[in-house]
Design a protein around this ligand. Structure first.
Ligand SMILES: [Zn+2]
Length: 223
């Protein structure tokens, strides 16, 4: 028989544990999006993404179960390992070929056109994060929470030139031409592209993601 005072103490402790579990729990709304998982499984089955010296699988991303991906990857370079992503990005399968195409078909040609140099490195501001959109508590889960988004803040070229979104978006003509080409070209690779013209939160980076939009998944946002 457990003494009454011990039982009171135990129930108090249990109450406190539950309370704290609630206060650290996810503070976002999760829209059920089975089509995203279907797309991810199709990507994994298609064998488009292989483990290489710069693309590794990762067992799990942690955090509450609604976040993460079936099979997350760590991507530390694009274009066959030539262009570094620093720090490495945590992404779901469908994002990897799109990032690669963006680098090869858009960013590299833009760097050649504007600077006569090649792209060497991309500065990653963020990728996987289990959080609501714009970190606004009570909002919808961000695509970052599904490892389906990437934030980029700067580009470094082989000649050492570094172009940041923060300074370059309203910088000199060359910086503006390069960054606008990179931004606009991203819209052909991703379903969402947001830059400094979208809002103040994006003044220093480009956000790209593969959110499933519209009834057939074909609606895009390019701002
Ligand atoms: Zn973002």
């Amino acid at each position: 028989m457990v003494p009454i005072r011990v039982r009171v103490l135990l129930s108090l402790l249990l109450g406190l544990a539950l309370l704290s579990a609630c206060s650290v729990g996810p503070n976002f709304i999760v829209k059920d999006e089975p089509r995203l998982t279907d797309e991810e499984r199709a990507c994994l089955a298609s064998d488009t993404v292989h483990e290489t010296g710069f693309i590794h699988t990762r067992a799990a991303l942690g955090g509450p179960s609604v976040c993460g991906a079936v099979q997350p990857f760590v991507m530390s370079a694009a274009d066959h390992g030539r262009v570094l992503l620093k720090p490495a990005a945590l992404l779901r399968c469908p994002m990897i070929p799109q990032v690669d195409r963006w680098v090869v078909n858009v960013i590299e040609p833009a760097a050649r056109r504007s600077y006569g140099a090649s792209l060497a490195e991309i500065t990653v501001l963020g990728s996987y994060a289990c959080r609501p959109i714009n970190n606004v508590s009570g909002g919808y889960l961000s695509e970052h929470g599904r490892a389906n988004a990437l934030d980029i803040s700067a580009f470094t070229l082989t000649d050492g030139t570094r172009i940041t979104v923060k300074r370059g978006w309203h910088g000199d003509a060359r910086q503006r031409a390069f960054l606008h080409a990179v931004h606009d070209g991203a819209c052909a690779q991703f379903s969402t592209v947001l830059g400094p013209d979208y809002n103040a939160l994006h003044h220093d980076h480009f956000h790209v993601d593969l959110a499933y939009r519209g009834p057939n998944g074909l609606r895009t946002v390019c701002k």
